[in-house]
Design a protein around this ligand. Structure first.
Ligand SMILES: C[C@](O)(C(=O)O)[C@H](CC(=O)O)C(=O)O
Ligand SMILES: [Mg+2]
Length: 296
């Protein structure tokens, strides 16, 4: 099932083959399997998703490298799609960042994005974000780029500077990050198509990611218009997660209020659908064969 190419090489190929490449959030292994079967070419492990879904915590820099790497391992074991991982600020200084990159590679990630917020970070779409200096961010990128073993492992620099410093400063940071070895730029929380155009004009061939997260600062632009504005990647970090959560609350409430779940069965994936995504029947057949062998 798994291909000969490294995860990083597969990510780069997906980027080349899809313009722009849609990257969908998968909060766990099963979500990754569904995204793959549906036909997506790349998946994402959201830092907010790990904090919220795996630990019941807000996206405020409270989860550690090990928390995230654990979820990466689970997802890469279940799906062959190249996985982009949110490593927040990299969890420390140069040595910590180098360790993070190596652990992510070892766990089967294809790409990461590392941001220029302070360690006490916030969600990129919340007010009052604090950022580190351009020099410190450049050091983060150098440490990350230098640490990778596979040269195809993709390192994306995310800049949160637009909110505080505006477009020109954000582009200036992006340029410095590219010089330091970044393969792509995540232009966080910009809010007009023209902003992506400006990034793309200034950065030439370097791929730019548009984060189309719901209920945030960026309108829900279509893939096509983002592509025309120069975005090479479109991220949907928590879209499926938000939908799952709403369905779950509806089911919990219904069971409590009505005493049964009949009214909400239509919201549910059926047992057969679940089994199809899991290849359940293949496993069952194998089990039957094993029993036959031990009986004979
Ligand atoms: C992309 C992001 O970093 C994430 O952790 O998924 C978040 C998404 C969100 O909170 O909607 C971010 O943009 O900061
Ligand atoms: Mg995040």
């Amino acid at each position: 099932m798994s291909s000969q190419q490294s995860p990083g090489a597969r990510f780069r190929k997906a980027l080349k083959d899809n313009q722009p490449l849609q990257i969908v959030g998968a909060v766990n292994a099963y979500a990754a399997m569904m995204a793959e079967k549906v036909g997506h070419q790349a998946i994402y492990l959201s830092g907010g998703g790990v904090a919220n879904a795996s630990y019941g915590l807000p996206d405020l820099g409270m989860t550690t490298m090990n928390d995230v790497v654990e979820d990466v391992r689970r997802i890469t074991a279940a799906s062959d799609l190249p996985l982009l991982v949110d490593i927040d600020t990299g969890w420390g200084g140069a040595f910590n960042i180098a360790r993070t990159i190596r652990e992510m590679e070892r766990a089967g990630a294809a790409a990461v994005h590392i941001e220029d917020q302070v360690a006490q970070k916030r969600c990129g779409h919340r007010p009052n974000k604090e950022i580190v200096s351009k020099e410190e961010m450049v050091d983060r990128i150098k440490a990350a780029a230098d640490a990778r073993v596979d040269k195809d492992f993709f390192i994306m620099a995310r800049t949160d500077s637009f909110q505080k410093e505006g477009l020109e400063a954000a582009i200036d940071r992006a340029k410095a990050c590219i010089e330091a070895g970044a393969d792509g730029i995540f232009a966080e929380a910009v809010n007009e198509l023209e902003h992506y155009e400006a990034f793309s004009k200034a950065l030439g061939d370097v791929p730019i990611l548009a984060n189309i997260t719901e209920f945030g600062a960026t309108p829900l632009y279509n893939r096509k218009e983002l592509g025309e504005a120069g975005a090479a990647m479109v991220l949907y970090p928590l879209s499926a997660f938000r939908a799952m959560n709403k369905a779950a609350v509806t089911v919990y409430e219904n069971i409590l209020e009505k005493g049964d779940q009949k009214d909400v069965v239509d919201l549910m994936q059926t047992r057969m659908e679940l089994y199809d995504y899991l290849n359940y029947h293949e496993f069952e057949q194998k089990l039957d064969q094993l029993f036959q062998q031990s009986k004979s």
